[in-house]
Design a protein around this ligand. Structure first.
Ligand code: ADP
Ligand code: MG
Length: 598
């Protein structure tokens, strides 16, 4: 019979190493967190090959004595849990696992000088064995150097990615820590090259955080984001979240901090996604820096080996706080879209890129064979090419300068039958009339639906639509929900259905056949009952699309202005359901730049 025996310490440490420091970025996190716990104000990190061959973390913290240098390598030896109470964790570390784990799989050297003492010591670990401490030249604080991470566990080594990929993960981790501690200066070099140096220029915590966010996410994020500051039952949420039109292709730029700890918790990402679900396409992600603060007893940080995930005692409260404060902020925003869009427009206008005008007098007059032809060409060339609506007189535009005081300004022109130019107080905006109107109809549908008041409009002559029997079954299976949406359908023989009424908002405007076909597509895409909410939103947005002004329609000035005023009144109208902007703005400053006036 096999006998049970206790594993030797070095094996226990290697097993822990696999969980606690699965890759260089995780080892760096442990070391930097140790520096933060040691009250450092400057932390410098040097990497080689993304940390695979070399990691050094140097701090100016309180340091360690000769004795502590020996003890810190013992398993579960820590200075951070003085009251033996896991409910009251006051530091980032508390398990005493990181250094012994790292020591068991790499070549480790720690040099340290205790604060206010003249002598410094260093200790080295080779092949898992501690060497005697020796005097060292270490200045203030502590330096930890890791060489050849995982060289003692080749199986684990194989799982590491390329140096470039490990470097990206390491840099991301350091940036997360730097955001959580804007009062600490951070420096990073990789293979001898300076990557960043985040200084601290202010004594004020708010300013420090603003500076750090600009250092890491760029100043553009500030102008394309809004502030969150809310509090419910002792839980506070603070930070910045991006306008839906300032989204990213991955959730990489979502930074969550819980009681000062950087976490990558699926639950929190999910709450953020839920907050944006109605203003962003599935494959777009908001950018956000969010700090949650709650009583220590309400959160368990001791559930994940690398402490990346956490548990809240009241999930509903935390999720509710995140979703509602972001939604509330989004809804109360003035109409606004990402400033990066304006920057992109200005870049597009770079005069070097404008092709030579084909119709310049030189080219288009030369081959005119008669004066008549010439005159005709001149007239054609100088006719306004914008699609003014026939009912639009220039005076209409001039009369309503008062409209300019509204946030979205007063309509000046429509072009290519889909874009409206409006003049605002300090510039112009270009509105995509189809996208804007679709959003308005969608929001109207949603609020009617939520108050269960979608009004039905009976059809004088019911519409009969021939369909394959599978589609008929699908529609009839969802009859109750379609009914709630104002769409009443009935079976009409084996091969057809009959539409008796449609939502009143759509009446007179739509191709019912096409709507039913689009609805069948929606139902096919959301065929599980659990997606009820998603299904209803998809149906509402399909109906909104059918009910909105198609591009290609000429609008009168009144219609254009009415659209702008409705946009201002409707929450979330700055973007369509997929996060595409409904308008872009150009400030006079931008325009002056284009003409080299600035
Ligand atoms: P933990 O952080 O959970 O206590 P570690 O293995 O990371 O466990 O560190 C063990 C101990 O070593 C810490 O409790 C701390 O006393 C000491 N230590 C580690 N790094 C530093 C440092 N940079 N400065 C001062 N003390 C440190
Ligand atoms: Mg630690």
């Amino acid at each position: 019979m096999p006998v049970i025996r206790h594993l030797p310490d070095h094996l226990i440490n290697q097993i822990a190493a696999g969980e606690v420091i699965e890759r260089p970025a995780a080892a760096i996190k442990e070391l930097v967190e140790n520096s933060i716990d040691a009250e450092a104000t400057i932390i410098e990190i040097d990497l080689r090959d993304g940390g695979k061959t070399f990691i050094s973390v140097r701090d100016n913290g309180h340091g360690m004595s000769r004795d502590d240098l020996i003890k810190c390598l013992d398993r579960h030896a820590t200075s951070k849990l003085p009251l033996d109470n896991l409910e009251q964790i006051n530091n980032l570390g508390f398990r005493g696992e990181a250094l012994p784990s790292i020591a068991s799989v790499s070549r480790l050297k720690i040099s340290s000088r205790e604060r206010f003492l003249d002598s410094a010591w260093e200790i080295q670990v080779e092949d898992g064995g501690k060497l005697e401490p020796r005097p060292s030249q270490q200045q203030a604080g502590t330096t930890v150097e890791i060489r050849d991470l995982f060289y003692l566990t080749p199986a684990r080594l194989k799982f590491l990615k390329t140096p470039q990929a490990e470097y990206s993960a390491a840099k991301d981790m350091i940036q997360r820590l730097a955001l959580a501690y804007p009062e600490i200066a951070f420096r990073l070099t990789q293979n001898g090259v300076n990557i960043f140096s985040y200084s601290v220029l202010s004594n004020d915590r708010e300013t420090q955080l603003e500076n750090r966010i600009s250092q890491i996410l760029g100043a553009g994020f500030f102008n394309s984001s809004f502030q969150i500051n809310s509090n419910r039952n002792g839980v506070t949420l603070k930070g910045l979240a991006s306008l839906p039109t300032h989204s990213a292709g991955t959730p990489q730029s979502q930074y969550f901090f819980v009681n000062g700890r950087t976490v990558k918790d699926k639950f929190l990402y999910g709450a953020l996604r839920a907050a944006y679900k109605d203003v962003l396409a599935r494959d777009r992600h908001p950018v956000a820096v969010l700090f949650l603060t709650l009583p220590k007893t309400e959160v368990d940080v001791n559930v994940h080996p690398a402490k990346a995930e956490i548990r809240f005692s009241d999930n509903t409260l935390v999720r509710g706080l995140i979703v509602t404060s972001i939604l509330h902020a989004l809804k109360s925003l003035e109409p606004k879209t990402s400033v990066e869009l304006s920057t992109q427009i200005v870049a597009r206008f770079d005069r070097g890129n404008i092709p030579a005008v084909a119709n310049s007098p030189n080219s288009f007059l030369q081959d005119a064979t008669s004066y008549g032809q010439l005159a005709e060409r001149v007239v054609n060339a100088y006719q306004p090419s914008m699609g003014f609506s026939p009912s639009t007189r220039v005076e209409d535009f001039l009369e309503d300068t008062q409209q300019q005081n509204y946030p979205l300004g007063s309509a000046r022109a429509q072009f290519h039958e889909n874009y409206i130019i409006a003049q605002t107080e300090d510039g112009v905006i270009i509105v995509d009339q189809h996208a804007a109107h679709e959003r308005l109809v969608y929001e109207r549908f949603k609020s009617q639906f939520n108050s269960q008041k979608i009004t039905k409009q009976g059809l004088l002559t019911p519409e009969i639509i021939n369909l394959p029997d599978t589609d008929i079954h699908l529609l009839l299976d969802n009859k109750a929900q379609l009914d709630e949406l104002g769409l009443v359908i009935e079976n009409f023989g084996a091969q057809a259905i009959c539409v008796r009424s449609i939502p009143a908002i759509l009446s007179g405007k739509i191709d019912i056949q096409q709507l039913i076909h689009d609805i069948i597509d929606d139902l096919k895409n959301h065929d599980h009952a659990s997606f009820l909410e998603g299904k209803i939103n998809a149906l509402l947005s399909t109906m909104a699309c059918h009910g909105s002004v198609r591009s290609g329609r000429r609008l009168t000035v009144e219609e254009m202005n009415a659209l702008l005023r409705q946009m201002e009144e409707t929450p979330l109208s700055s973007q369509c359901n997929h996060g595409r902007p409904t308008f872009v703005s150009l400030s006079l400053k931008d325009i002056e730049k284009l003409f080299s006036r600035r």
